[in-house]
Design a binder for this molecule. Structure first.
Ligand code: DQA
Length: 145
């Protein structure tokens, strides 16, 4: 089983960026948590600040991945391009957020990505990723991957 975990803009600064909201764990810590949670699967873990790069990786996941976890970060609330790319996938897609966007500013309340997500996990800090990884792999296995 191959699981893609994709991360959007500014998540490379995790740990130093607004730690009161996003916590002190770094993206490397989150990657280690994902790898530990992905029992029996290989994790392809990536981050980009560039929308087009994320679109390219989603397209790659079409043929390479059995499941996808994505934290689109700010692109969650802006990107029709990510939504359209995700709509081309037939694998489980779990949208993942460290914070709970529904409990924050109004501009974070709408997610384009949710329109193409199988489900959403938000608000548990780095543990959101663990839960998302488990959910994505569980769905992939149920689908026979
Ligand atoms: C985020 C929430 C987004 O609203 C924000 O733009 C981020 C991170 C989260 O993980 O909580 O960059 O996706």
């Amino acid at each position: 089983l191959i699981l893609y975990v994709l991360n959007g803009p500014n998540l490379n600064l995790l740990g130093v960026r607004e730690p009161d909201i996003y916590g002190r764990e770094t993206l490397a810590d989150v990657q280690a948590m994902c790898e530990a949670a992905a029992v029996g699967a290989r994790v392809v873990f990536r981050q980009s600040n560039h929308e087009g790069q994320l679109v390219d990786w989603i397209q790659e996941a079409r043929t390479e991945a059995d499941a996808l976890v994505i934290n689109p970060a700010a692109f969650t609330h802006t990107s029709v391009a990510l939504l359209d790319a995700l709509k081309t996938l037939s694998i489980p897609v779990v949208e993942c957020h460290l914070s709970n966007p529904a409990a924050r500013e109004a501009f974070r309340h709408h997610s384009y990505v949710s329109l193409a997500a199988t489900g959403v996990i938000a608000g548990f800090g780095p543990h959101s990723y663990e839960l998302a990884v488990r959910a994505a792999l569980d769905l992939a296995r149920r689908a026979g991957a």
